[in-house]
Ligand binder design. Structure first.
Ligand code: KG4
Ligand code: ZN
Length: 336
C-alpha cells in the first residue's frame, strides 16, 4: 500500500510517500523557520499563508521523489489535529480535495499518534506495549502504548511543553528560533552544573510535568545578573542554557523511567522535536540501561514534524478498512 501523507499542523509543510507504513519512498519538509525567526515564535496567520503557497509544490515533489503518479497512490493520510487550526485546514482541505477528485481512500490522523509511530520508520522498531514520551513544542506527555490506537495517557504537562520552554528561554536570551536546536548546540560546550535551576516534579508520585517555574527561574536569573555593556559573554550564555537544559532533561528522564517501572514495561519510545536533543537522547539511553530498560528513539529527522510519520499511522488505519468522511474537520485540540 502506497500512502501519500500530508502534515501541516504547525510551521512545516510536509508531504511523504510511505510504502506499507514502513518504507519511505519520499519525505519532503519545507521549514518556515526563516519566516517566524524574527518574531521568536510561530505567527499563525503567516504559517497558514505559507502552507497555501507550499502545499502544491511539496506534494508534487513528494510524488516525484517516489517516482509515482497520483493515480498510483493507494490512499491518502493527513494530520487532522492537534495543531494550529489555520495550518491544519490547508493540509486537510488539500488532502480531501485529492481524495474527492481521485476517489482514493482517505484518513485523518492524530499528530501525536504520528510522533509516537515515527519509530516504526526505523530498522528495529519496538514490540508493543511500551512507554511513549512525546516531547515537542506543543506536547509533553507520557503514554502507555498497547498498540496502534491503544493509548493510555499517564502524564502530561500542566503548563508549558518542554519544547516551548526551550523556545522561550532562547527568545529571552536573544538566541533565535526555534530555540531547541540552538540550545542543544550551545550546550555542548556549556557547564550544566554551573547554575542550579529547579527540577519541578510536582507531587512525589506524579507523572505530570511543569516547566513554567523553570522558565521563570531562568528569567529571574537573567534579571538578577544584568547584562554588561556588550552583552553576556558566550561562556555565560552557554552555562545558562546548558544548566536549563540539564534541569529539563533530569525531569524528563526521571519521570519516563518511573513510568516504565510503574507500568512494568521494559521498552521506552521517545518522540517529538525535543527527542532530537543530543543530551536527552544520551541521558535517557544511559539511565534506562542502568535500569535494564530499552530505549528507542527515531532519527532526528523523524522526531521533528514530518509527513512520513503520518503515513505510518494512515497505513495502519487504512489497512484495517477505516475511512474518514470528506466532511472531516480540523481540531486544534484532539485528544489521543
Ligand atoms: O515536533 P515538533 O517539530 O513540532 C511540534 O509538534 O511542536 O517540535 C518542535 C519543538 C520546538 O519547540 C523545538 O525547539 C524543539 O522541538 N526542538 C528541540 C530540538 N530540535 C527541535 N528541542 C531541543 N533540542 C533539539 N535538538
Ligand atoms: Zn509535532
Amino acid at each position: 500500500m502506497r500512502i501519500l501523507a500530508i502534515e501541516t499542523s504547525c510551521d512545516d509543510t510536509g508531504a511523504a510517500v510511505v510504502l506499507n507504513g514502513r518504507k519511505i519512498l519520499s519525505n519532503i519538509v519545507s521549514s518556515q523557520n526563516s519566516i517566524h525567526q524574527k518574531y521568536g515564535g510561530v505567527v499563525p496567520e503567516l504559517a497558514s499563508r505559507r502552507h497555501i503557497e507550499m502545499i502544491v509544490p511539496i506534494v508534487t515533489e513528494a510524488l516525484k521523489g517516489a517516482n509515482l503518479a497520483l493515480k498510483e497512490i493507494d490512499g491518502i493520510a493527513v494530520t487532522q489535529g492537534p495543531g494550529l487550526v489555520g495550518s491544519l485546514l490547508i493540509g486537510l482541505s488539500f488532502a480531501k480535495s485529492i481524495a474527492f477528485a481521485t476517489g482514493k481512500p482517505f484518513v485523518g490522523v492524530n499528530h501525536v499518534e504520528g510522533h509516537i509511530s515515527a519509530i516504526f520508520l526505523e530498522k528495529n522498531p519496538p514490540r508493543f506495549p511500551f512507554i511513549g514520551l512525546v516531547v515537542s513544542g506543543g506536547h509533553t506527555s507520557l503514554f502507555r502504548v498497547d498498540g496502534f490506537g491503544k493509548y493510555k495517557r499517564i502524564g502530561q504537562t500542566r503548563d508549558d511543553a518542554a519544547g516551548e520552554a526551550f523556545d522561550k528561554v532562547a527568545k529571552l536570551l536573544g538566541l533565535g528560533y526555534p530555540g531547541g536546536p540552538i540550545i542543544d548546540e550551545l550546550s555542548k560546550k556549556g557547564n550544566p552544573k554551573s547554575i542550579r535551576f529547579p527540577r519541578p516534579s510536582l507531587s512525589k508520585n506524579s507523572l505530570d510535568f511543569s516547566f513554567s517555574g523553570l522558565k521563570t527561574a531562568v528569567v529571574n536569573y537573567v534579571k538578577s545578573h544584568p547584562e554588561p555593556r556588550g552583552g553576556y559573554s558566550e561562556e555565560l550564555v552557554r552555562d545558562i542554557v546548558s544548566s536549563f537544559q540539564e534541569a529539563v532533561i533530569d525531569v524528563l528522564v526521571k519521570k519516563t523511567i518511573r513510568a516504565a517501572l510503574d507500568q512494568k514495561l521494559k521498552r521506552i519510545v521517545l518522540s517529538g522535536g525535543v527527542a532530537a536533543n543530543h543530551h536527552l537522547r544520551k541521558r535517557m539511553k544511559d539511565t534506562a540501561h542502568e535500569e535494564k530498560l530499552s530505549v528507542y528513539i527515531p532519527s532526528p529527522v523523524f522526531c521533528t514534524d514530518n509527513a512520513a510519520m503520518i503515513g505510518v499511522v494512515g497505513y495502519e488505519y487504512l489497512k484495517r478498512g477505516f475511512r474518514s468522511p470528506l466532511s472531516l474537520n480540523a481540531f486544534s485540540n484532539l485528544p489521543l
